[in-house]
Design a protein around this ligand. Structure first.
Ligand SMILES: C[S@@+](CC[C@H](N)C(=O)[O-])C[C@H]1O[C@@H](n2cnc3c(N)ncnc32)[C@H](O)[C@@H]1O
Length: 224
């Protein structure tokens, strides 16, 4: 029996999708160049992942969303677009310079009213919004070693039916690497991501999958 593959690796298919959605991508492409001029690293989600996030937030009727890892606000804008006028995105960023640029970008996009930025280590600052919960959508895209801790936070503060998304869950291609030596400086990150993936795959309160994007995009729904 033919076993269908997990993902599609044909370059022609990838180019087809990029071209099909090129208008979407180009509408917020200015964020990448602005961030580059300000010296921020080019580690924003891809255009298609931005769309995936918007669709996930829309599909769960998100009004209150949380993002861990703001950078210049690219993914934040994708999520904020999905929220109603009175919706709110709480986004967390440890680097003051990143947060400053993100604020300007949110303002230029006309979305600042919907967004609150918290500066500092997310794990500390998340406590400050707990009284605003439960939340409809949580997106994790910051320090990989804390992914298991962010999952614990989401388990408590996401509503039932709410969505959890997390980027980079293929650990930059190292998630299944058996030779520990090859993990090098990524060792702690890979171990934390394996713990995160395992917890979600066996979680009693979440149903989850990993979308086969380039980076691995976890998509989980809180069911209990
Ligand atoms: C991959 S980037 C986020 C990209 C962003 N989500 C996007 O796609 O537009 C990760 C960001 O998380 C921030 N970060 C790293 N550790 C953090 C922490 N403990 N708390 C909050 N932010 C953190 C980094 O400074 C960086 O800006």
């Amino acid at each position: 029996m033919m076993r269908k593959t997990y993902s599609n690796t044909l370059e022609s298919v990838s180019n087809y999708v990029d071209s099909l959605y090129s208008n979407e991508a180009s509408s917020i492409e200015w964020i990448r160049s602005w961030a580059k001029e300000e010296g921020l690293p080019d580690i924003h989600v891809s255009a298609m992942d931005g769309l995936h996030l918007e669709m996930m937030a829309r599909a769960c009727g998100s009004k209150k969303a949380v993002e861990i890892g703001t950078l210049a606000g690219y993914s934040g804008i994708c999520i904020a677009r999905a929220l109603p006028k009175n919706g709110k995105l709480f986004t967390f960023e440890s680097e003051p310079h990143h947060a400053k640029i993100a604020r300007k970008i949110f303002e230029k996009a006309g979305l600042l009213k919907k967004i609150k930025i918290y500066i500092g280590a997310a794990l500390m600052n998340l406590k400050k919004i707990e009284s605003e919960g439960p939340f409809d959508f949580v997106f994790i895209d910051a320090d990989k070693t804390n992914y298991p801790n962010y999952l614990k936070w989401a388990e408590k503060h996401l509503r039932i039916g709410g969505v959890l998304a997390a980027d980079n869950t293929f650990a930059f291609g190292l998630i299944a690497e058996k030779n520990d030596i090859k993990l090098g400086s990524h060792t702690k990150n890979v171990r934390a991501l394996r713990t995160f993936n395992y917890s979600l795959a066996h979680h009693s309160r979440f149903r989850s999958t990993i979308l086969p994007t380039g980076e691995g995009l976890t998509f989980a729904v809180r069911i209990k």
